[in-house]
Design a protein around this ligand. Structure first.
Ligand code: PEP
Ligand code: MG
Length: 590
């Protein structure tokens, strides 16, 4: 941050969802649904429009071919063949000739002539109810988006070539977009859509890069190459930060580093309160590479392995053997500590980049998602379960089912698991039969029947990210209602306490793997409620361990009682913050 100050500082306020600060050049990613201009062209401009169209066709062809080659190298020839279908769509004679006729007849710019023809084709295909046709619709949409971006000179999201490290700015940066960037070059992320629990924010935290949501990118007038500073703690974006701002942030960064050093000092010690109440502190990961060298010495295990991240990165469904290798790698890196592998939770804001398996859904978070998808696509589910069972041979593995909303789903999932075991036995492949089964409690209907769920599994893991959105009816990725997404809402606190006590009554181990487990004020409350383990992004663990080791269980139990007796979220937050601030004051003097 020692670079010379730049003139004309502008400040934009958003919501910080991943801590840290970043200073550098911004890379603005094109919006997915570009506004297509419409204007008339004269007879003499028609040839120019055709030339523009041909150039865009050529550029789009080159883009698709290089994406195909890249994917063939990263994933395999078979998967990359999706782009052959894209080339066929791009060069479809009917679409091209109808675009030219439209141009001659209506004398308007080529973008509008092209998109009208494409939309006519899409409409005709949409009327045919056939899975093959649905795939073709996705291909046409993808190719036409590329064409329009090239015609309008926009950078295309799926060929992000950052060149040098940069802060990404996008109206909507989704988890699948991470597949297209070199993650080592991402300094930070600013996006309009999203919230603390959107998967983009979760990924940013696991990459340990700052992230701000709720910034209207159009209003900022940002252009690729502009110099910015982002503050992921407060949610501030500074365009052309002044010398004073840079100086202030350098000082703040130094203080934060010192505080982190103090938190880190508790890492080598057991995860327990001052009166020896043990709580397992575990990591959330998306792949084996998230387990950093040496980090398992201070973590008690992997409390959540979000397996869909692997699929999103590869852009396609993985076969059993590739999954087995991915899970085995994590189990080996966990050095004998338990690894909780959650079965596929695709859907919601996590869809595959290349496969339009989910089609368009009005309410994706309440739709064809997670266990619903897996019980429908038993072939995909079985391959995953077999891979997990096989990885169990290399360490201690647990299976966790996402988005269970009733007993029926849990029973069916267990029966697919039994079938998977049988299949492995018949194939003579080694697997572990000593695997604990867990249920994610993230749908309110599941929270109401913990006693029944307990009959079919060994542990529960509370997914607060979803539980809060379903309980409060607040979309977790909609920035317009982000202020209503409130973990301190008394309804949330009561429901959490009820789940924990019912779980304990039924002799279940109770874990929390949603984002509130990583928030020091809520983590202490959850421990006071009696949870056995908290699972979080690795970067959050040191502060939670520090706080845990400075508190007694008796104090935390009192904190829980106090919080439960409040009438409103503001008072609950005050109590929780006061507790944390007092501990910080007592033990950290800077
Ligand atoms: C949750 O819902 O809290 C959770 C951990 O799952 P995800 O964030 O992947 O939906
Ligand atoms: Mg969830």
């Amino acid at each position: 941050m020692s670079e010379k100050a730049l003139e004309n500082e502008q400040l934009f306020a958003g919501i910080g969802v991943s801590n840290g600060t970043a200073y550098g050049k911004v890379f603005v990613v094109a919006h997915t649904s570009a506004q297509i201009p419409e204007y008339n062209v004269s007879d003499s401009q028609i040839d120019g429009e055709i030339k523009r169209f041909e150039q865009a066709l050529m550029k789009t062809r080159t883009d698709i071919v290089s994406l195909k080659e890249e994917l063939a190298q990263k994933v395999g020839e078979k998967e990359s063949s999706i782009f052959d279908a894209h080339l066929l769509v791009l060069e479809d004679v009917a679409i091209i000739s109808e675009t030219y006729s439209n141009l001659q007849d209506t004398k308007r710019n080529i973008e509008i002539c092209y998109i009208e023809v494409v939309n006519r084709f899409l409409q005709a295909f949409e009327e045919i109810d056939d899975p093959f046709m649905r795939e073709r619709i996705a291909d046409i949409r993808d190719v036409s988006r590329r064409m329009i971006n090239n015609l309008m000179g926009h950078e295309e999201k799926s060929s992000l070539n950052l060149g040098e490290p940069a802060i990404l700015a996008s109206k909507d940066f989704t988890p699948s977009d991470f597949a297209f960037v070199d993650k080592t070059k991402v300094l930070g992320i600013i996006t309009e859509k999203g919230s603390l629990t959107s998967h983009t924010a979760i990924l940013a935290r696991s990459l340990r890069v700052p992230c701000i949501v709720g910034i209207n990118i159009e209003e900022t007038n940002l252009k690729s190459g502009d110099v910015i500073l982002i503050d992921g703690y407060k949610g501030n974006l500074f365009v052309n930060p002044s010398g004073d701002t840079l100086k202030k942030y350098t000082e703040i960064a130094n203080i934060r580093r010192e505080i982190e050093r103090i938190f880190d000092s508790s890492l080598p010690y057991p995860s327990e309160t001052t009166d020896f109440h043990k709580v397992s502190l575990e990591f959330n990961i998306g792949s084996a590479s998230d387990i950093k060298e040496g980090s398992m010495s201070y973590s008690d295990g992997i409390g959540l392995f979000r397996t869909e991240a692997l699929f999103i990165d590869k852009g396609n469904f993985m076969d059993e053997d590739s999954q087995f290798e991915a899970y085995k790698a994590a189990v080996i890196k966990a050095e004998g500590k338990p690894v909780t592998i959650r079965t596929l939770d695709l859907g919601g804001d996590k869809t595959l980049a290349f496969k339009n398996e989910f089609g368009h859904e009005e309410n994706p978070f309440m739709g064809y998602r997670a266990i619903r998808f897996c019980l429908d696509r038993v072939d995909i589910f079985t391959a995953q379960l077999k891979a997990i069972l096989r990885a169990g041979v290399y360490g201690k593995v647990r299976i966790l089912y996402p988005m269970i909303s009733g007993i029926n789903e849990l029973v069916r999932a267990n029966s697919v698991l039994e079938q998977a075991k049988l299949a492995l036995k018949n194939e003579g492949i080694e697997y572990s039969s000593d695997i604990e089964i867990g249920t994610m409690i993230e749908v309110p209907s599941a929270a109401m029947i913990i006693d029944l769920i307990a009959k079919h599994c060994d542990f529960i893991s509370i997914g607060t990210n979803d539980l809060i959105q379903y309980l409060l009816a607040v979309d977790r990725v909609n920035d317009h209602v982000a202020h209503l997404y409130n973990p301190a809402n008394p309804a949330v606190i009561r429901m959490l306490d009820k789940i924990v006590s019912e779980g304990k009554k039924a002799n279940l181990k109770v874990s929390v793997c949603g984002e509130i487990a990583a928030d020091p004020i809520f983590a202490m409350l959850l421990i006071g409620m009696g949870v056995d383990s908290l699972s979080m992004a690795s970067g959050a663990l040191s502060e939670i361990k520090f706080m845990l080791r400075k508190a007694s269980f008796e104090e935390l139990r009192k904190l829980r009682n106090d919080a439960l007796s409040q009438n409103c979220s503001r008072d609950i937050l005050t109590i929780l913050r006061r507790f944390r601030n007092a501990k910080m004051k007592e033990f950290i003097q800077i």
